[in-house]
Ligand binder design. Structure first.
Ligand code: ZN
Ligand code: ZN
Length: 238
């Protein structure tokens, strides 16, 4: 956190240095990211990503969409618009926040976006099948996504029973766990552990972690078997 000198923010452990939450999902032929955070540009540079087929959005909060303008580099090299997948609520905010990308008169160099609407049905990006799952971020509906045996849930603290069924059977779950204290719109550490048990997933990784949770090594050592803290650069094979 900017200007903070708590033990996490001053830690020299790389795993305590977190950019905003996002994941990249890759198959043999297809690469997508979930959300374009304010750190999107640096995340793409850091991983030397040369090609990106799509961005799939969870919800329109700024920490999940702010980096969208930087797709222009991918537009430039692919000579194609970026395929964006978002529900209607998120699309409205994207159009409002990046109006120049949707103007009638387009100047060269502007981000080029092709909007695709996520309903609740399964869809595909290239050869990657994606099942949307509705979760709740206080009162905001947020899209979680299941990719085969892997499910990603950011920014939520409640899931309806019917939607939980879509997650069960996943082998790996990534879910938000903000801090130890409860929060109005994010799972706390304890609530996230409870959710993992409830869903019966054997491997879970916590993300969207605030500095208030504590240092990576200390918190990790106390977690139950099969539950881990995610960290920037973590790679999982599914
Ligand atoms: Zn949010
Ligand atoms: Zn967030």
């Amino acid at each position: 956190m900017i200007a903070c000198d708590c033990e996490v923010c001053t830690s020299t452990n790389k795993k305590d240095k977190r950019l905003r939450s996002s994941i990249m999902v890759q198959s043999e032929t297809t690469t997508l990211v979930v959300d374009s955070t304010p750190d999107f540009r640096y995340q793409m540079l850091r991983k030397n990503v040369k090609r990106l087929d799509a961005i799939v959005f969870t919800h329109p909060h700024k920490d999940h969409i702010a980096g969208l303008d930087d797709i222009r580099a991918f537009n430039y090299f692919s000579k194609k618009p970026m395929q964006i997948y978002a529900n209607e609520m998120t699309q409205e905010v994207i159009i409002r926040e990046f109006p120049y990308a949707f103007a009638d008169t387009k100047y060269p160099g502007l981000p080029e976006i092709a909007l695709n609407t996520i309903a609740m049905d399964q869809f595909e990006v290239g050869d990657i099948p994606i099942t949307p799952i509705l979760v709740w971020h206080l009162k905001m509906p947020v899209m979680a996504f299941r990719f085969g045996k892997f499910t990603y849930i950011t920014d939520a603290n409640r899931i309806d029973e019917g939607e939980k069924e879509k997650i069960r059977g996943s082998e790996i779950l990534v879910v938000n766990a903000l801090r130890n204290e409860r929060h109005v719109s994010h799972y706390s550490l304890e609530e996230a552990i409870h959710l993992v048990r409830d869903l019966g997933v054997s491997q879970a990784y916590f993300t969207h972690i605030s500095h208030q949770l504590g240092k990576h090594d200390i918190v990790s050592a106390k977690l139950p078997e099969g539950i881990h803290l995610a960290y920037d650069g973590l790679e999982l094979n599914v």
